[in-house]
Design a protein around this ligand. Structure first.
Ligand SMILES: Cc1ncc(COP(=O)(O)O)c(C=O)c1O
Length: 387
């Protein structure tokens, strides 16, 4: 029987990593023992008190039923407390916060809620590939906006204003930016807010990296005027080593949160209560949690810098987030060529920057989610290739 997939899926390719991981699995089956420096899934566990909270809640007889679509009030309160303490943002836990099964689902839910055929959405190039696929799945069209090294990886809003923006309903932004590690600042965020207000564009800020290698975690919602135009996604995946737990949130105006909930409540039910209680514990951790995490990433980053120097790549040492972004030397056609050479000859996988969009073609991205020993081993393998 031949059942063609729906039109909406036809332009959506299988996620690059899922294809590449299959290839790496095949290499490993043949004994290659590839070191994967590609994926940004933290390798360390959450704080032990977080696992204990999960356990304690799971032991209770009343923890196993369906949960509220809006999440437990305790979790929404904990998110509000976290936003107040670390970002200086006041959010009403009953109205302005929606817990999510990771921020990735939020990207799709926002697109499905606000976009449809005939609409356009601005997506960063380079940027997290899910923005593009979620916009496409909604039926809307993507308009790439360039992020270029010569413009410090920030959008050129003046250039954008010269094009027809009348169909643009939504703009995806993400600072600290993945994959380039660029931070945003208040002046830039204010310009974004003014741009969005002027052109009637919903500004969607995806903010999962603000606690990683960043002295000043920032929320776009902290900036004057933001609440009028902005929805913000956040996540415990990176900040609390909870990527597999699927814990995220959406914050912003009550009406918009309710519209997203209208869509989401038709897709799934509330999260398992013990997971929510564990998140409450995680969100209450003190500053020492973040500083110990960052102390570890700083040591790893130094190792990655050494690897990148060996590969003769150029990079900015002041990057935030779980990766280091680097420019490949001119002797390679692009990041794919370098990535393939290192994969096939040294059995080390590094992500080619082109998978994040054409403006990433000349770059690679190295993950900090492997420990020092593994990074030293990767260095050794590449060095023996070079000598
Ligand atoms: C920019 C960006 N946004 C969102 C996500 C997804 O995060 P979550 O685990 O909360 O779904 C990732 C994960 O890699 C990411 O890099």
């Amino acid at each position: 029987m031949d059942i063609p997939v729906a039109k909406r899926l036809q332009q959506t390719e299988e996620y690059y990593f899922s294809r590449k991981l299959r290839e790496i699995d095949e290499m490993n089956r043949q004994g290659a023992a590839v070191i994967n420096l590609g994926i940004g899934s933290p390798d360390q566990p959450p704080h032990e008190s977080v696992v204990a909270a999960l356990h304690a809640s799971a032991l209770k007889a009343g923890s196993h039923g369906y949960q509220s679509y809006k999440g437990s009030p305790l979790l929404r309160k904990a998110f509000a407390g976290w936003y107040a303490k670390y970002y200086g943002v006041t959010l009403d836990p009953d109205k302005e916060i929606l817990p999510l099964i990771g921020s990735k689902e939020g990207i799709l839910h926002i697109c499905m809620t606000f976009l449809g055929e005939g609409d356009e959405a601005l997506v960063p190039n380079p940027g997290y590939p899910t923005y593009r696929s979620a916009v496409q799945l909604s039926g809307a069209a993507c308009i790439d906006y360039d992020l270029l090294e010569e413009h410090s990886w920030l959008p050129d809003l003046e250039a954008l204003e010269k094009r027809d923006l009348s169909r643009v309903k939504l703009m995806w932004v993400n600072y600290p930016h993945m994959p380039t590690g660029t931070r945003g600042d208040t002046a830039f965020f204010s310009k974004l807010i003014a741009f969005a207000g002027k052109h009637n564009i919903l500004l969607c800020h995806d903010n999962p990296y603000s606690f990683i290698l960043n002295d000043m975690p920032q929320s776009l919602l902290a900036v004057d005027g933001a609440k009028e135009v902005t929805l913000e996604l956040n996540s415990l995946s990176k900040s609390h080593n909870m990527a597999g737990w699927r814990l995220g949130m959406l914050a912003g105006r009550e009406e918009w949160i309710n519209e997203v909930l209208r869509f989401k409540s038709n897709m799934d039910s509330g999260m398992f209560l013990p997971v929510q209680m564990a998140a409450v514990e995680a969100l209450g951790l003190g500053e020492e949690w973040y500083s110990s995490l960052n102390a570890m990433y700083k040591i790893r980053r130094q190792k990655v810098f050494e690897l990148l120097e060996l590969l003769e790549c150029d990079f900015d040492v002041h990057q935030s987030g779980l990766f280091v972004w680097a420019k490949v030397p001119p002797r390679y056609a692009d990041g794919y060529a370098l990535s393939d050479e290192i994969l096939y000859q040294a059995h080390v996988f590094i992500t080619p920057g082109g998978i994040f969009g054409t403006n990433g073609n000349g770059y690679i991205r190295v993950s900090l989610c492997r420990d020092e020993t593994v990074l030293t081993e990767a260095f050794g393998r590449v060095k023996s290739l070079r000598s």
